[in-house]
Structure formats: C-alpha cells, structure tokens
Write a protein that binds this ligand. Structure first.
Ligand code: GDP
Length: 296
C-alpha cells in the first residue's frame, strides 16, 4: 500500500538521518522534497501546503534542531502530522445508537465499490451480533440488484426484494417497514451510482435521506482515482452532508492522494477501508496506523 510514497519519503529522510546535526536549511530542503513527493502522490495542493507549513513550524519551533536526534524528531513530526491529516483522534465509529431499525446509506459513483462494501458491512455487523437487511435501491441497473442478492446468499444475509423500475425512495420505505415487522435491526441501503455526478441522482439520494433519515451516510470512494475521488466526495458531502467515508481498493496501487486529502478536504472522517474483493476485506480505519505504514 502506497509503496512508492513510502519509498520516496524514506529516501528523503535517509539523507537527513545521515547528517547528524541539522540546520534550518537542511530541514527546509527536506520539506521541499516532501512537498514534491506528496504532490506526485496526487495529494491536494492546498492540503500539501498546509501540511508542510505545519511540519515546518513544529520542526523549527521547539528546540528540535538542538536535540540529540534531530532527524528522528523531524520524522516523528511528519508522521504525527500525516496521522492528524487523516483524522487521528477524530471519532470515526459507526453510530448505530438510534432506535432500530437503524439506517446506513451508502452512496458514491458506479464502480467505486458500493455494493461490495454493503456486503462487507453486513458481514461485519453480523459478527457484531446485529441483524442487517440489505436493501438494493439501485433500480437502474438490474445487475446491481442481482449482485447484492448474490452477496446476500453468500453471507446468509436477507436481501429485500425490490424490482427494477420501482421508485427507490418507496423501496427504502417499504424495506424499513419490512425490517420493523421482521426483527431486522439495521438497514443497509445500496443506492444508485452513476459514472459522473448528476443532479437527478443527487435529488434521488436527497429524497432517500429526507424520508429514511439514515443514521449513517457513507460516501464510498475508490482510492485508485486520487483527486477525482476527493472532488466527488466534496460534491456528495455538500449535497448530502455525509457522516463518513469508506476508502476502497487500498490493496491496489493507489498513490495515496485520496487517503491523505479526503479527510482534510471534506472534514468528514474515513470510517472504513476496503482492502480487497473478498467480503472480509474491510477494516476500521486507524489514521495513526496508516501514518505508521506510510512512514515506518
Ligand atoms: P459499485 O458499482 O460502486 O457498487 O461497485 P462494486 O461493488 O460493484 O465494485 C466494483 C469493483 O471493485 C468490483 O469488481 C469489486 O470486486 C471491486 N472492489 C470493491 N472493493 C474493493 C476493494 O477494496 N479492493 C479491490 N481490489 N477491489 C474492490
């Protein structure tokens, strides 16, 4: 994960480590290189600027350069700031405290991994002794409904019966009633996606949100698409005020830009990461562990 980014940061800091005492210029030079490495990894321009400024202030501010191990201190500051960037210390728990059935709505572009993530979440909730109902609300692509049914069968999780062409808001409302009557405590709404943001889709998602008042609205972002994922997340968030982000395909060769920018740009926590196509390949996100992986 983010091998290229890690290797490049490592080589910047290898030079610093080799130097013993450090001057302000040494740190300045290293940070210029860090800036380039982050931009190459497709991190948002403003995020990089603020990040480098924060590291510089801390590195030059607190007797770091006079310490016995200045390079280690600088590296630690960079690691801490990476963690902070990704939301270290921010509450990223799934909030399921409402009266059941509690709604979790997943949204995002087609291909981002929404349907797969619905299945993964259902499995994770089952392991937490909850009883989820999967709701296919993507009525435009019959294949999406079939895909969710297949996942449901694999997991032994019930999938609400909806038909292509039905009104998605109606499906979600009917599914909630069905859940109430049949003892399901959590509803997972798999909403429609498009290849690009479009107003009609946003309107539909808005209506589902208004009617169902899901406790969680998770934006599913494909980490492989870098800044595009961040821009799309921002648009979805402006319209829907999402409660969190699921970053998928981190097992691929994503450069790191989405992971490092999406929290800072949207202000919303990354709650889960997808690490593969298998249904157990979903992890709760830990910003500090991710920073440690990037800069060990
Ligand atoms: P949707 O259109 O947003 O519902 O996307 P899908 O759930 O159909 O996923 C699109 C493709 O991405 C499928 O081939 C999934 O197997 C794959 N996928 C989803 N999540 C992950 C992940 O975390 N890692 C990898 N490698 N593939 C994923």
């Amino acid at each position: 994960m983010f091998d290229n980014l890690s290797d490049k940061l490592e080589s910047v800091f290898r030079k610093l480590r080799g130097q013993g005492r450090l001057t302000e210029e040494d740190v300045g030079e290293a940070l210029r290189e860090v800036r380039l490495v982050l931009l190459e990894a497709d991190v948002n321009f403003k995020v990089v600027k603020d990040f480098v400024a924060a590291v510089r202030e801390r590195a030059l501010g607190q007797d770091v350069l006079k310490s016995l191990t200045p390079a280690q201190q600088v590296i630690k500051i960079v690691r801490d700031e990476l963690a902070r960037l990704m939301g270290d210390g921010v509450d990223n728990h799934l909030d399921l405290t409402a009266r059941p059935p509690v709604g979790i709505m997943l949204c995002g572009l087609q291909g981002s991994g929404k349907t797969t993530t619905c299945g993964k979440l259902a499995l994770s909730l089952r392991r937490d002794k909850r009883n989820p109902l999967l709701v296919p609300a993507d009525v435009y692509r019959p294949a999406a409904i079939e895909q969710l049914k297949t996942l449901g069968r694999q997991l032994g999780v019930t999938v609400y019966e909806s038909l292509p062409g039905q009104d998605p808001v109606r499906i979600c409302e009917d599914a909630r009633r069905y859940a109430e009557l049949n003892g399901f405590d959590t509803l997972i709404f798999d909403t429609a996606g498009r290849l690009h943001i479009d107003d009609e889709l946003m309107g539909e998602l808005d209506r589902i949100k208004a009617s169902l008042k899901p406790r969680e609205i998770l934006f599913v972002a494909d980490a492989m698409t870098g800044q595009d994922a961040v821009n799309v997340a921002q648009s979805f968030n402006e319209r829907l005020d999402v409660t969190g982000i699921v970053l998928t395909k981190l097992d691929g060769d994503a450069r790191g830009g989405a992971a490092l920018s999406i929290r800072a740009v949207t202000g919303k926590p990354i709650k889960f990461v997808g690490l593969g196509e298998k249904l157990d390949a979903l992890d709760v996100f830990h910003a500090d562990r991710m920073a440690q992986r990037i800069l060990g």
